[in-house]
Design a protein around this ligand. Structure first.
Ligand SMILES: Cc1cc2nc3c(=O)[nH]c(=O)nc-3n(C[C@H](O)[C@H](O)[C@H](O)COP(=O)(O)OP(=O)(O)OC[C@H]3O[C@@H](n4cnc5c(N)ncnc54)[C@H](O)[C@@H]3O)c2cc1C
Length: 411
């Protein structure tokens, strides 16, 4: 899935403060993390988008406006056909249907069910954000847009509460405005480095907690190079709609994830390194959902369709069976999962959007940073809550709406 040369070596995570520290995958490339991600396209649950206005007071942000933006983006997508889907993915989907899951493509306002996922592919090649949105404009606007690949912004220059420049290495560039899109990990760090002190910066981080199950395939079955990296997904409900995902990934793993999350974490900078604390499964709701997700995975793994293809299902590379973990009491299971390095890598929320009266909010409904003129944030960090979905399409939609707002203002 990931090319090591495109990964950011300066980002680490632990699931709780003082917990095991491990590299937290982020793309460092043109196109950001879309240059290395698993390509899955989901739009997010209708209720998640409606909560932006209903719960967070963000006028204009709801399922209607965001889905219209996604339609407008016209993203290319490829829905794998049966012959492209590998035996493990097919077995997971068939097993879920055997257990009563409906057929679902996961690109609609409601998501529960099992089915092939749409992938960001054009002609079999990755369609990343740079190729989709920047390259065409570079070609059209030749001479007006300059891309400095490989240049890391050290800080934004703020003078008299206005963004007037960016510092890159030894150079300082004077600018009329700054749209920050460094992602959930680095955008808050850059705001802090630039002297902005809004309380919520770096806080309210949410990611989808996840655990990978290791699959021992029967003789004659394998993920093969011709299978798409990720082709099928099971979305199910425990205490809420669409709050569980089962996602088969190469090599031989089944990711079990919780997608409706109330635990929060944070990110800080220590000597140039980003340190993420995820806060994994800290709330009772999240723990309950993870237990339900693991039990659903066990049911899928015990089904006839699945056992025809997969011989063993383990919780670690040593081969400890999933059933051994599930034989323990709930508290032991959750404390085991919390100690593992695991998340779906969909972090959001560290510069969250909200009303000025909300001390935790960092940007307003247009993406503008409170208290600083000419500075916007347009990436996953502005999400006031995590959607029950993979995040790349939601991020593109949010960034698209923020970009329109800025363009309107400048007109
Ligand atoms: C392993 C993995 C798999 C994933 N799979 C999927 C999937 O299948 N489907 C899906 O929908 N989502 C997936 N995601 C999540 C999705 O890719 C992200 O939510 C999305 O890319 C976030 O977009 P962003 O613009 O907020 O940040 P990013 O995409 O992370 O982009 C931030 C960019 O800013 C750059 N940057 C940071 N600091 C600086 C600086 N100081 N100066 C200059 N540039 C800087 C970074 O290098 C990066 O290029 C996955 C994520 C990971 C990690």
């Amino acid at each position: 899935m990931s090319r090591p040369d495109l990964l950011d070596p300066n980002v680490f995570a632990s699931t709780y403060t003082g917990g095991f520290r491990y590299p937290y995958v982020r793309g460092r490339a043109l196109g950001g993390t879309t240059a290395i991600n698993a390509l899955v396209q989901m739009w997010g649950h209708r209720d998640d988008w409606n909560s932006w206005s209903a719960t967070h007071g963000l006028t204009g942000w709801n399922w209607r406006s965001v889905s219209a933006e996604i339609e407008r983006l016209g993203l290319p997508s490829h829905v794998p056909v049966a012959s492209e889907i590998g035996p493990v993915t097919s077995a997971v989907l068939a097993a879920a249907r055997e257990l009563g899951a409906s057929e679902c493509r996961h690109q609609a306002e409601t998501l529960d069910g099992a089915g092939a996922v749409a992938l960001s592919l054009v002609g079999g090649r990755r369609a990343d954000a740079f190729g989709l949105f920047v390259t065409p404009r570079v070609l059209e606007d030749s001479g007006r847009m300059i891309v400095h690949a490989g240049a890391a912004v050290a800080e934004i220059v703020i003078e008299a509460d206005r963004a007037t420049g960016v510092v890159v290495g030894a150079d300082a560039f004077t600018v009329d405005g700054v749209v920050l899109a460094a992602g959930t990990v680095w955008s808050p760090i850059l705001l802090r480095r630039s002297g902005i002190s809004r309380a919520g910066i770096g806080r309210n981080l949410k990611d989808h907690p996840a655990i990978s199950l290791w699959l021992g395939l029967r003789d004659g079955f394998a993920f093969t190079a011709s299978n798409l990296e990720v082709a099928g997904l099971v979305v199910a409900s425990s205490t809420d709609d669409a709050d569980i995902n089962l996602l088969p990934v190469d090599p031989n793993q089944l990711v079990v994830a919780v997608t409706k999350v109330s635990s929060v974490g944070h990110v800080t900078e220590v000597d140039g390194t980003a340190e993420v604390v995820l806060g994994t499964l800290e709330t009772h709701d999240d723990a309950t959902r993870m237990l339900a997700a693991l039990r659903l995975a066990a049911d899928v793994c015990a089904s006839r369709e699945f056992t025809n293809v997969v011989e063993t299902v383990s919780i670690d590379a040593k081969g400890t069976p999933l059933s051994t973990l599930l034989a323990h009491d709930d508290e032991t299971i959750i404390s085991y999962v919390r100690r593992l390095p695991g998340a779906y890598s969909h972090a959001v929320g560290t510069c969250r959007m909200g009303l000025d009266s909300d001390a935790e909010a960092v940007v307003d409904a247009t993406g503008a940073v409170f208290g600083v003129d000419g500075l916007w944030v347009a990436d996953a960090s502005v999400f006031p809550d995590i959607p029950r979905a993979a995040t790349q399409v939601p991020v593109m939609a949010v960034a698209g709406r923020i970009a329109h707002g800025i363009a309107e203002r400048l007109r």
